[in-house]
Design a binder for this molecule. Structure first.
Ligand SMILES: *[C@@H]1O[C@H](CO)[C@@H](O)[C@H](O)[C@H]1NC(C)=O
Length: 146
C-alpha cells in the first residue's frame, strides 16, 4: 500500500523508465540471441522460391528459417545480420565476423538435413563457414533483421 503514496511513486517510476531506456538501447544495438546449424547442397528446390536458381545471392550467403523466425512463410526474402557469439566447442567462432543472409527456405523442409535440428536458422555452407569453424554442427548466434 505504501508504494502508491506520491512520495514512493516517483522513485519507482523513475527506475522503471530507466530500465526501459536501458533495455531499448540493448535491443537496438545487439539484436536477438539464437542458434544456427548448417546444411549442404543440393539447395534446390526451396519452400520459398521453388527451383529458381536466381533466388540465391551471388555470394552464397543464404539460409533456411527455423520456426522462431519462419513467420508462416513471411520471412521468405528477409535479410538478417548474423554473428557467432559462442559454441559448445570453444574457439569455433570466427572473431569479429558478421554476415548478411537472405532467407530462401524453411528449416524443416530443406532438401538436405541440417547439421542440428531445432535451431533458429540453418545457414548455407558458405554462410556458416564465414562466421564459424565449418566442422561445428551448431553455434550460438546474435541476429537482427535488416
Ligand atoms: C575446426 O574444428 C576442428 C574440429 O574441432 C579442429 O580440428 C580444427 O582445428 C578447427 N579449425 C580451426 C581453424 O580452428
Amino acid at each position: 500500500m505504501s508504494l502508491t503514496t506520491p512520495a514512493r511513486l516517483l522513485p519507482w517510476s523513475s527506475l522503471f523508465l530507466f530500465l526501459l531506456i536501458i533495455s531499448q538501447f540493448l535491443s537496438s544495438s545487439h539484436g536477438d540471441v539464437g542458434t544456427a546449424a548448417q546444411y549442404s547442397p543440393p539447395y534446390l528446390p526451396t519452400t520459398c522460391f521453388g527451383n529458381d536458381a536466381s533466388q540465391f545471392p551471388s555470394n552464397n550467403l543464404f539460409a533456411a528459417a527455423g520456426n522462431g523466425i519462419w513467420d508462416n512463410g513471411a520471412s521468405c526474402g528477409r535479410e538478417y545480420l548474423v554473428r557467432c557469439i559462442s559454441a559448445t566447442v570453444a574457439g569455433s567462432c570466427q572473431p569479429g565476423q558478421t554476415i548478411q543472409i537472405k532467407i530462401v527456405d524453411y528449416a524443416l523442409s530443406t532438401p538436405t538435413s541440417p547439421s542440428a535440428s531445432g535451431t533458429t536458422i540453418v545457414l548455407s555452407e558458405t554462410a556458416f563457414g564465414n562466421i564459424a569453424n565449418s566442422s561445428a554442427t551448431s553455434i550460438n548466434i546474435e541476429f537482427q533483421q535488416v
